[in-house]
Design a binder for this molecule. Structure first.
Ligand code: ACO
Length: 324
């Protein structure tokens, strides 16, 4: 049975950067008070990239996928599986993955979306690994792409300061050498009420509330506990120790969550890849964006053991352990 190995990565961030001061000034115009100081202290976020109106997840996903394919040295003829993790798809259907397939000129293989909110990328990567291990695909593109700015209530200061837009992608290939060596996924649908965007379209009209709503403190607690347990479980399954992990690439929600995680797992904070200071929380895109940043700046090298972790709405969470 072949292994599934990550052989390339790529990113796309919309060019428009909005700093905390700029966001605070914009909100002040609507009599909503916030500040750089509040946002940095509570979250670690300094700025975020925001897509121009009309920019779609599939466009950003296609850019990120091209960069990952170039990095991996694969062409459109090689790709036989495309999975896009997104909670902000272009359309109800077709899937964002099908739009990416067309954009890249891929003519073969399967393409579909995975919806697990901020855990979407680790869910999609685990799915791609299973396809490859089963011999059903040889070269997969796994992408996280979000335009979360579209589903934020820009009058709710407790959520709108937290998120950004972007896309990250990896190429995963069948390999004789070990690549992904462990995966753990969980969900607890009974926790829906702490994080949701409970709107829909029915008979041509938006019904319910189209915006993201969150109980921040409940999410905080659940995220720390779920990620800690998941990290321990995935290491046990793979037969490695937490000490063996060279890099932790967690979902980028809040720097305080990352500090807690580092302490609870006894993984020094220097080994935790952090991008949320510049990118904020990009939901399903945050893990591949962080992985790509650390591969490209030379921190993550071939042979390193990397733990990727997602946590988000559903509630969903999970971890993937990969030898690079
Ligand atoms: N600017 C200024 N004040 C604010 C802002 C803001 N942007 N947002 C909220 N406040 C105020 C509140 O109104 C409240 O005021 P009050 O005391 O007068 O009522 C005060 O700040 C404290 O609010 P809390 O909600 O208690 O603040 P807390 O310290 O919990 O921080 C936060 C909020 C940052 C959301 C935190 O709970 C958190 O990080 N939770 C994790 C959730 C998360 O990261 N979610 C991301 C999406 S989910 C995911 O990706 C897994």
């Amino acid at each position: 049975m072949p292994y599934a190995k990550i052989v390339g990565s790529g990113s796309y961030l919309p060019p428009r950067i909005v700093t905390n001061d700029e966001l605070a000034a914009e909100l002040a115009g609507r009599n909503i008070e916030t500040s750089d100081e509040w946002i940095v202290t509570r979250t670690g976020i300094h700025q975020r990239h925001i897509a121009e109106p009309g920019v779609k997840s599939s466009e950003m996903a296609t850019h990120a996928a091209r960069a990952a394919m170039q990095d991996a040295g694969v062409t459109a003829e090689d790709v036989d599986l495309i999975i896009v993790a997104t909670s902000t798809p272009d359309f109800i259907f077709p899937s964002t993955a099908c739009l990416v397939q067309a954009g890249l000129g891929v003519r073969q293989g399967a393409a579909f979306d995975v919806q697990a909110v901020c855990s979407g990328f680790v869910y999609a990567l685990t799915t791609a690994e299973a396809f490859i291990r089963a011999g059903r695909a040889k070269t997969a593109l796994v992408i996280g792409a979000e335009v979360f700015s579209n589903i934020l209530d820009w009058n709710d200061r407790s959520t709108c300061v937290l998120f950004g837009d972007g896309a990250g992608a990896v190429v995963v290939k069948a390999s004789a050498e070990p690549g992904i060596i462990g995966a753990q996924l969980s969900a607890d649908g009974s926790q829906m009420s702490i994080l949701y965007a409970a709107g829909n379209v029915s008979r041509g009209a938006v019904v319910g509330d189209p915006f993201l709503r969150m109980d921040g403190q409940a999410v905080f607690k659940l995220a720390v506990n779920a990620l800690t347990q998941s990290a321990k479980d995935v290491c046990k399954e793979a037969g490695v120790e937490l000490d063996d992990v060279d890099w932790l690439v967690p979902h980028q929600a809040n720097v305080r969550i990352l500090n807690f995680l580092s302490k609870k797992l006894h993984i020094p904070i220097e080994k935790v890849v952090v991008t949320l200071d510049r990118q904020a929380n990009t939901s399903a895109a945050s893990v591949p964006l962080a992985l790509d940043a650390a591969r490209r700046d030379g921190r993550i090298k071939a042979g390193d053991l990397v733990m990727m972790q997602g946590v988000g709405g559903g509630f969903t969470w999970g971890s993937v352990l990969a030898r690079m």
